[in-house]
Ligand binder design. Structure first.
Ligand SMILES: NC(=O)c1ccc[n+]([C@@H]2O[C@H](COP(=O)([O-])OP(=O)(O)OC[C@H]3O[C@@H](n4cnc5c(N)ncnc54)[C@H](OP(=O)(O)O)[C@@H]3O)[C@@H](O)[C@H]2O)c1
Length: 230
């Protein structure tokens, strides 16, 4: 039986830009990282890339199901249109004591339209779609939608953005603690999971802003006058 490593973070689709960026940041913070992929070889290649950038990193690359078994916290980093299929494939692997982090954004690219607008999701948001598919008792938390992959991968600089974290309180607080591992990332308590619908939409707005202001590395949001700085 596979044992979960204390503090490990699994990132499914961690071979892509966003997942790899988070893997680099968490590895640099000293957390064990498990990169998941549909193909173990691709995951292993991504793990090598993390080790190259972060010498001594505790990182492995595994097929998505095996990666899921290795961590309490599982971050979904696949395109929105493949979210339901990915979660359904893990139905018998996910356990009620795990936390699944939804980072997906229902960009209209999913239906062949542009990335500066979203499509409606019956459940209200990508995060709530995920919530409708996971085993009973498992907590889904929404986070990281408004962070650009370029900023995450650029280890020479702090990311400089706020991350709104939504979901059930105890799980939400664990994910907020993860945000604080990343220099320049401030965790903001986003309340219940239903608020993910606002945050997901902001990503489409950010993509348009990046185009208009020609910021190819990606902008981020900062809230003002936040008491205590979260
Ligand atoms: N990129 C950004 O700046 C950014 C910013 C905010 C939020 N996000 C969100 O983060 C998530 C990942 O973004 P990304 O840009 O990293 O995406 P991506 O590179 O397009 O895809 C990420 C990974 O998803 C897996 N994947 C692709 N097709 C799949 C399929 N049919 N079924 C299952 N898995 C599939 C692939 O991993 P394998 O081939 O290895 O399985 C791929 O490496 C998305 O939900 C996106 O909305 C991204």
């Amino acid at each position: 039986m596979t044992t979960r490593k204390p503090d490990a973070i699994a990132i499914l689709g961690g071979t892509g830009d966003q997942g790899l960026g988070l893997a680099l940041r968490f590895a640099r913070a000293g957390r064990p990282v498990v990169i998941g992929s549909r193909k173990e070889e691709r995951a292993a290649t991504a793990a090598d890339e993390v080790r190259k950038a972060v010498p001594g990193a505790d990182v492995v690359g595994l097929e998505n199901a095996e990666a899921t078994r290795r961590a309490d916290i599982v971050i979904l980093s696949v395109p929105f249109e493949h979210t339901a299929g990915t979660v359904k494939a893990l139905k018998d692997v996910l356990a009620p004591d795990q936390i699944v982090v939804s980072m997906g954004v229902p960009l209209a690219t999913a239906i062949g339209d542009g990335a500066v607008r979203t499509v409606g999701v019956w459940q209200g948001s990508c995060a709530e779609l995920v919530d409708s598919l996971v085993p009973d008792g498992l907590a889904v938390v929404s986070a990281f939608q408004n962070v650009a992959s370029h900023r995450l991968q650029d280890l020479a600089h702090d990311v400089e953005c706020d991350v709104i974290v939504s979901g059930a309180k105890a799980a939400r607080e664990r994910v907020m603690a993860l945000c604080r591992l990343i220099p320049g990332m401030r965790a903001v308590d986003g309340g219940p999971l239903a608020n993910a619908r606002y945050v997901e939409g902001w990503t489409a707005l950010l993509i348009g802003l990046n185009v208009r202001y020609k910021v190819s590395e990606g902008m981020g949001f900062r809230l003002t006058h936040l008491p205590g700085g979260a």
